[in-house]
Design a protein around this ligand. Structure first.
Ligand code: SF4
Length: 695
């Protein structure tokens, strides 16, 4: 007999409520209830169809030990050889207890020999809060290493980095449905229809209000429907945002009462911006091809200031060398105009993975313990950990669901770093690139097979229920077993046990979020902080800074990149060298596509990464190319010529590891939190006929 189970989608940070129709431990269908608060009764193609991975042959169903690892550790091989069975040419299979024993033994040997700081942990955010909490607790308290980081490093760490010092909280301020209450909306650096489609549905719902401005380096699908389709040069977010603040101050459109009662630092900010040679939008009159921005930016600023407004942003803002500064500039706009702490006015970073907000809340960041408390010791961020692996300081890595040799930048360098480790333990659902390089692999339950709390992009907690049963361990069970094999004494019996500890340790946000309350209010959902009541909107009376005041912290844009080249007349117009490449996701897939590509109907829709190039480049660029940067080369990419891409620029997705797109990106990263500059790299184009002709 079939049954219906309500849970939460495992893919993006929108965090849609789902209902699965399950029979004989198999999902037959996933749909959204009509009254779903997040989904509004609709799911995107990933949410509806992306569950075939559960039974995929790529699933890791037994613990695996690499033969190469055992060759290097003959004592371990001798001790456990009778517990190993042939799996394939690279791995032996074994049972959970033996794998945990080997992992604990080797980890202890390494930390005894090189010290606790030779260990690091890098996690993803597609697993529950309970697992994220145990992951950092094991690292910090059991091993004694401060080096714990998560996938926020390659996405929204700059949002936290920009919001925390200015308003005291690095999270969305309002619920998604405030879109219906806003009079004006700015969407910057977010391809929302592809990357956060169920939030985008709300933008489409209000289309007739003609009140959206989309700011991006290319024309996105949402931009075509917007009042302002504002296409800007690469690496100009901070420039544009400062210009908006300039217009608001110069034309005295700011909310004087709000600024005086709820902020500090305004006078210094005002002086800096009025004296900034790049802050007046008139500057764009000299930037060929972008002259219209001198008027358009000013008009957007005026509407934003005079109306009840919200700003949404994505990785197009954060994945730059000035991502944190750009987020601060976004916050400044809200502080100047009082567009925060109100219904229909606020700030919304559109988080990537389904639990990246939760992973940060749980302290999976080297500079924040759970609840954003100061850790005893600040650890290294992932790019520094990669350097540590290369220089031999880091010897062991616990990787929980983060495909760093595919999804992170400079993958050629990351692969070398990983090869330098003495121990790589991977906890994964599907056999992906990082798993293929592991010494010990634990196959774990997916989100659809376990209970746990997930926090979506609007701080909404969702207690997920297992849709199907699985004999695999949950992530926390793997970590607990390794810990205890090393002499530790974790004794959690369930996710709820861990969550009850979280509610004490991270009480400022979660004390009132007991499982029974999350179950009782499942349909409506609860947004943190949760005591007796929850908090749909933040900052109503005070900001969450020490003194309750918002801060202005001015950062001047530095003349560089495309704008500089246009001004100096050195910008590429028709050669094959020096193209600006940006990357992003497509509706069908999530990041490394490990799970989505297991569903044939999703895989067929986007079975390879395609390069989008401007129509004007037809004849210069051939139909098949290789991209090359100082850091590496892509594989051969097919080219599609479109009219949504500006001259001298390119776009591609990065879903398929075989395309090697992330080999093109180097170590350039946000100046404060080291988030990779994925949204801009200069590449040369090699037409594939040229390669054939040369060879
Ligand atoms: S929008 Fe995101 S959360 Fe919603 S169904 Fe699609 S992938 Fe899942």
């Amino acid at each position: 007999m079939s049954k219906e189970i309500e849970s939460v989608c495992t893919y993006c940070g929108v965090g849609c409520d789902i209902t699965a129709v399950v029979e004989d431990n198999k999902i037959n269908k996933i749909y959204a209830q009509k009254d779903g608060v997040v989904s509004q009764g609709k799911l995107c193609i990933k949410g509806r169809f992306g569950y075939d991975f559960l039974d995929s042959k790529e699933r890791i169903t037994t613990p695996l030990i690499a033969k190469r690892f055992l060759e290097k550790n003959p004592d371990i091989y001798e001790e456990f050889k009778h517990e190993l069975s042939e799996y394939n040419d690279k791995f032996f299979a074994t049972n959970f207890d033996v794998a945990a024993t080997i992992a604990g033994k080797k980890l202890k040997e390494i930390t005894n020999k090189y010290g606790s700081h030779s260990f690091c942990a890098i996690g993803g955010a597609r697993t529950s809060c309970e697992n994220a909490y145990i992951f950092q607790k094991f690292t910090r308290e059991a091993i004694g290493s401060p080096h714990v980081d998560c996938c926020a490093r390659v996405c929204h760490a700059p949002s936290l980095g920009g919001m925390k010092p200015t308003i005291g909280e690095g999270a969305a301020t309002n619920p998604y449905d405030d879109i219906y209450e806003a009079e004006f909306i700015i969407v910057i650096g977010s391809n929302t229809i592809e990357a956060h489609p169920i939030v985008a549905n709300r933008f489409i719902d209000i289309e007739q209000k003609n009140n959206i401005a989309v700011i991006d380096v290319r024309e996105t699908k949402l931009a075509k429907r917007a009042k302002y389709n504002c296409i800007i040069p690469f690496e100009a977010n901070l420039l544009i945002l400062n210009m908006m603040a300039y217009v608001i101050i110069k034309e005295e459109l700011y909310d004087k009462e709000f600024v005086s009662k709820r902020t500090k630092g305004f006078e210094a900010f005002k002086e800096s911006i009025l004296n900034d040679p790049y802050a007046n939008p008139e500057f764009f009159k000299q930037v060929k091809g972008y002259e219209h921005l001198s008027v358009q930016i000013a008009n957007i600023a005026r509407e934003y200031a005079l109306k009840k407004s919200m700003i949404f942003w994505g990785l197009g803002v954060t994945e730059h060398i000035d991502g944190t500064k750009a987020v601060m500039a976004i916050v400044h706009l809200a502080l100047l105009t009082g567009n925060i702490g109100k219904i229909g006015a606020g700030l919304m970073p559109l988080r990537g993975q389904n639990n990246v907000q939760g992973a940060c809340d749980m302290g999976c960041l080297p500079y924040y313990a759970p609840d954003y408390q100061e850790p005893k010791e600040v650890g290294l961020m992932t790019p520094d950990l990669i350097d540590g692996m290369l220089n031999g300081e880091i010897k062991a890595l616990l990787n929980m669901g983060e495909d760093i040799t595919h999804i992170h930048p400079n993958v050629n360098k990351s692969v070398k770093a990983i090869e330098n480790l003495e121990l790589l333990i991977v906890q994964e659902v599907i056999f992906n690139d990082i798993a293929s390089r592991a010494d010990i692999i634990f196959g774990v339950k997916s989100a659809y097979e376990k209970e746990g709390v997930y926090v979506n992009a609007m701080r909404r907690l969702h207690l997920s229920e297992p849709l199907v049963e699985s004999n695999l361990p949950d992530d926390w069970e793997v970590i607990q077993a390794i810990n205890n094999k090393m002499g530790g004494d974790f004794s959690y019996g369930s996710s709820e046990d861990i969550w009850n500890e979280v509610r004490e340790v991270a009480h400022r946000r979660f004390s009132g979020a007991a499982y029974y309350r999350l179950k009782r209010h499942k349909k409506r959902g609860m947004q943190w902080p949760i005591y007796h009541e929850d908090t749909p909107r933040l900052h109503l009376l005070d900001f969450r800074t020490d003194d309750g005041l918002g801060r202005f912290i001015y950062n001047q844009w530095e003349k560089r990149g495309m704008v500089k080249e246009i001004l100096e007349d050195s910008f590429n117009k028709n050669g094959l060298k020096g193209w600006y490449l940006t990357t992003g996701r497509i509706l069908t897939h999530y990041n490394n596509a490990a799970q989505t590509k297991q569903t044939p109907r999703l895989y067929k829709k986007h079975s390879k990464d395609i390069l989008l190039a401007p129509k004007s480049a037809k004849g210069i660029i051939s139909d098949r190319v290789i991209l090359k940067s100082p850091y590496g080369e892509s594989e051969v990419l097919e080219v599609e010529f479109v009219d949504t891409i500006k001259d001298g620029t390119l776009f591609t997705t990065f879903h398929h590891a075989k395309s090697k797109i992330n080999a093109l990106f180097g170590d350039e990263s946000d100046s404060k939190v080291k988030t990779a500059r994925f949204k801009s790299v200069k590449v040369d184009i090699i037409n594939v006929e040229d390669v054939v002709a040369i060879s």
